[in-house]
Design a protein around this ligand. Structure first.
Ligand SMILES: [Zn+2]
Length: 434
């Protein structure tokens, strides 16, 4: 093993406790996103302070300071961004090298109403796991990128290209405007790593998807004199069943493109069915209204309109089997922006970068990994579709993202710091050939 890799490994081992404390500290800072608002401010101030301390030039800015953001075709309206700054830390290289940005989101989803074994904002560590909302998605990845830069700087490894660590707001719930703002504000790095949780797998592409809401208006009451009533609940159930049918149909008919191949079929999920009076114990009439929320994912290349259109076509061809829906048809509206699927450009620099990442992974984790497609949607498309910077998704292991007892696997987290540091040293270390 090269001496540099040995130095990195030793540094990471020496700083294991510090690294774990950093992730723990970040988990303890509440940064829940509850659209249209979000509580990222304190977290962002913390990150800005830490980056400054570590030697970065820090750009902390509100989204309103980014000209033309709201006119961008990928911008989604309807969120309140006041007091929710993005943070970018720039660590300058000596010049002439390739640059790299680590782009993470600061917000987390709501802690939920399920029971946690370890409270969501205390950062409990047990059995090699750090528990808490955001530990896995994605403060662990952000903290790993911060520690990796610190490692490079403390070891005084030669760096020619600039290294950026970015913490954006509002990624959850189809946000991604924070990520878009970062691309528009620049600078554009040569490559990006998104430290979303991947269990140390390389994701060169990610899914897209959207959440829609179907609402139903029935005719409520009980029939005393033979009045014709229409149950919005029956319509909701039928609609959910039709969605399950659509799910099976897609799995059977849509062939997954590379790099998913056999690893993933597209999915449709029923997320919520709401009908009847939820405030009282007993219903004395047929429910007047119903609502079904559903997620449809897609491989790269489709727009939200196209995805919904394919469903509507399926619906029209199959609604004859569902008399309840014929009596009580749905009204469908999008609940979040459609997240496009995307794939990083693997030609030219992209190919060199991937090789760099794989070699670094072999050195630091002892195993090699072939790129695959992410089984989730994320903000990577803001890089791959709306900026010149291709984005690779690579992050730590853990579990229970968006659920109770979300946790970060600490061994993988520490390994990832070394991996990131090795990537930085290789990618940003050398001057570009003239
Ligand atoms: Zn995430």
């Amino acid at each position: 093993m090269e001496q540099r890799s040995v130095l990195i490994k030793e540094w990471v081992e020496r700083h294991r406790d510090e690294a774990i404390q950093l992730a723990q500290q970040m988990v303890r800072i509440y940064s829940v996103n509850l659209p249209p608002n979000g509580s990222e401010a304190e977290h962002q101030h913390f990150i800005a302070g830490w980056l400054k301390e570590a030697g970065a030039e820090v750009d902390q800015y509100e989204l309103s300071e980014v000209p033309s953001l709201t006119e961008h075709p990928a911008y989604m309206d309807g969120r309140n961004y006041e007091g929710r700054p993005n943070v970018l830390g720039a660590f300058r290289g000596s010049g002439g090298g390739k640059s790299l940005i680590f782009s993470s989101h600061a917000d987390t989803v709501f802690e939920g109403t399920e029971t946690w074994t370890h409270p969501p904002f205390e950062g409990v560590i047990t059995d090699g796991k750090l528990y808490g909302r955001g530990a896995y998605d994605m403060k662990g990845g952000l903290a790993a990128s911060m520690m990796a830069v610190k490692c490079i700087r403390e070891l005084r490894l030669p760096i020619a290209g600039d290294i950026y660590v970015e913490s954006v707001i509002d990624e959850e719930h189809g946000g991604a405007n924070g990520t878009l703002a970062g691309r528009l504000r620049g600078p554009a790095a040569d490559m990006a790593i998104i430290p979303e949780p991947t269990n140390l797998a390389l994701y060169t592409a990610h899914l897209g998807g959207g959440i829609w809401k179907a609402t139903f208006e029935g005719r409520s009451g009980i029939s005393f004199a033979g009045e014709v009533l229409i149950s919005a609940l029956d319509a909701s159930i039928s609609f959910a069943n039709l969605l399950k049918e659509f799910d099976a149909y897609r799995r059977y008919t849509i062939k997954a493109p590379a790099p998913w191949e056999e690893s993933r079929t597209p999915e449709v999920s029923v997320m919520k069915i709401l009908s009847g009076d939820t405030h009282r114990e007993i219903m004395e009439k047929l429910p007047a209204t119903g609502e079904v929320q559903f997620w449809i994912d897609s491989f790269p290349g489709l727009t939200g309109e196209e995805v919904l259109e394919s469903f509507v076509k399926f619906y029209e061809a199959n609604v004859y089997k569902y008399p309840d829906l014929q009596k009580c048809p749905p009204k469908i509206t999008p609940l979040i922006r459609f997240l496009s699927g995307s794939k990083m450009d693997e030609s030219g620099d992209g190919a060199v970068f991937l090789r760099t990442v794989q070699e670094a992974g072999e050195l630091m984790t002892g195993s090699s990994s072939a790129p695959v497609g992410a089984p989730f949607a994320c903000d990577g498309f803001m890089f791959n579709l709306y900026s010149p910077t291709p984005a690779l998704v690579l992050g730590p292991a853990g579990g229970n993202a968006h659920a109770a007892d979300e946790h970060l696997d600490l061994d993988s987290y520490v390994k990832l710091i070394g991996w990131y540091a090795e990537i930085i040293a290789s990618w940003c270390g050398e001057r570009k050939e003239a």
